[in-house]
Design a protein around this ligand. Structure first.
Ligand SMILES: Cc1cc2nc3c(=O)[nH]c(=O)nc-3n(C[C@H](O)[C@H](O)[C@H](O)COP(=O)(O)O)c2cc1C
Length: 406
């Protein structure tokens, strides 16, 4: 459906060529200082036409705050956010009246609803993600203000061009030997610790490694010139997350993140921490040993778990990677079939992204914010309810959390 979240509930509305797109956010705590520019910054990072690597559709994507805020403070009542669709060109899509676009959502929407929007991707268009990005910016403002949480996503691959991240297995390694190298390189772990959005935005591809970013740019332009498209991956890190977030067993934190990420259009994969690569190393290399941190709290020496164990955040950085397919709409002629099954050739007109990952970076950050915000509110409700009970004195000490040693 169109609503996401349990306490911080976001409902998005809108199609690619309707009057406006936006969101209603219910459950935002009252008293949060909030201005349009808090939301606009992320919307402007998502908007089309930012460089020659994205669709030329010309949308300013200016947000209009409709409700729930007065004198720059949230009221605790539903917040309405609206962004006008200004550069609609429904005529671009006349071929798709006859042809469902291969690997787009035209055919499945029609199968499901029996009717579909007259042009463009309708509800399946990435225009829908405007509501998510706007809502995510509000969640993020709360998380930053209260916990100092930082969420940064960046492009980690385009086609076969990858940001150097994985330690390369020794050349001599055969399938019966246990890898001795770290799963991710030390440089990549450091990048996760320090990377900022300013670093990410230095390159139009949003890959923070200059040499790799330049190769990615060429790869995207090559796809565009061939009237084709190309996919990629985005890595996201969430820092300063309190421990204890996530609801076992079905609403584990990584399951919530996976749900959120795989709800973004064009996503094809999700992996957390060491991910699929982690399956290649034995437990003795993969385990995150515990260590007392400078502030006396318990932490882990490595973080192959990606900051989540048993579905619950452990206070380390959460990091994950999301795979995006090569966009379906291409101008190159494709042999396919019309809605009635007649074989034919489709060369789609219209304005399209040759690669979605540079623009999807703020969408990944927004969905991460929405998940963490909701889980914070759920955990705080539990903690507040528990704090009203008399202190526990009757249980053996091994059953309760020991005090922190400084
Ligand atoms: C930021 C962003 C921009 C996108 N731009 C396009 C586009 O220009 N052309 C296209 O065919 N798909 C584009 N997509 C993907 C489609 O919306 C998506 O592939 C389609 O709805 C089918 O859904 P699915 O790929 O998740 O199955 C974009 C996705 C994102 C996240």
């Amino acid at each position: 459906m169109s609503t996401f979240g349990t306490i911080f509930r976001v409902t998005t509305y809108g199609e690619s060529h309707c009057a406006s797109v936006g969101a209603i956010i219910d459950g935002c705590p009252p008293g949060l200082p909030l201005e349009a520019k808090d939301v606009q910054t992320q919307l402007s990072r998502r908007r089309p036409g930012q460089s020659n690597l994205t669709t030329p559709r010309d949308e300013k994507d200016l947000v209009h705050l409709q409700s729930g805020i007065e004198h720059g403070i949230t009221l605790g009542t539903p917040i309405g956010l609206l962004v006008k669709n200004e550069d609609q060109r429904p005529r671009d899509y006349t071929e798709t009246d006859l042809y469902p676009r291969p690997s787009h959502a035209d055919w499945t929407y029609l199968e499901k609803y029996g009717v579909k929007a007259s042009s463009g991707g309708g509800r399946s268009s990435a225009r829908e993600t405007i509501g998510r990005v706007a809502a995510g910016a509000i969640a993020e403002k709360y998380l930053k203000t209260v916990y100092g949480i930082e969420i940064v996503a960046f492009v980690s691959s385009v086609g076969r061009i990858h940001l150097p991240s994985f330690a390369s297995p020794p050349k001599s390694l055969n399938e019966d030997e246990d890898a001795v190298e770290d799963i991710l390189s030390a440089e990549f772990v450091e990048l996760l610790q320090n990377i900022s959005r300013e670093d990410v935005d230095k390159q139009p591809t949003r890959c923070p490694h200059t040499e790799t970013a330049e190769r990615m740019t060429k790869r995207i332009i090559r796809a565009k010139e061939a009237q084709d498209s190309i996919g990629g991956t985005i890595t996201c890190v969430i820092r300063n997350v309190p421990s204890g977030l996530g609801e076992p067993v079905f609403d584990k934190l990584e399951a919530k993140l996976a749900h959120a990420m795989l709800s973004i259009p064009a996503t094809k994969g999700f992996e957390i921490g060491s991910g699929f690569r982690g399956t290649e190393v034995p437990g003795s290399k993969h385990n995150d040993a515990f260590v007392r941190k400078e502030d006396g709290s318990l932490g882990t020496r490595t973080n192959w778990s990606g900051g989540i164990q048993g579905g619950i955040s452990n206070g380390e950085n959460i990091y994950f990677r999301v795979g995006f397919k090569s966009p379906a709409t291409i101008s190159q002629a494709q042999q396919t079939a019309q809605y009635d099954g007649t074989p034919g050739t489709l060369a789609a007109r219209g304005r399209h992204d040759p690669c979605v990952v540079p623009r999807a970076v703020p969408i990944v950050e927004a969905m991460a914010s929405l998940v963490i915000m909701d889980q914070v509110l759920i955990q705080n409700a539990r903690k507040t309810a528990a704090s009203l009970l008399p202190p526990i004195t009757t249980l053996p000490p091994t059953m309760v959390k020991p005090p922190t040693k400084n």
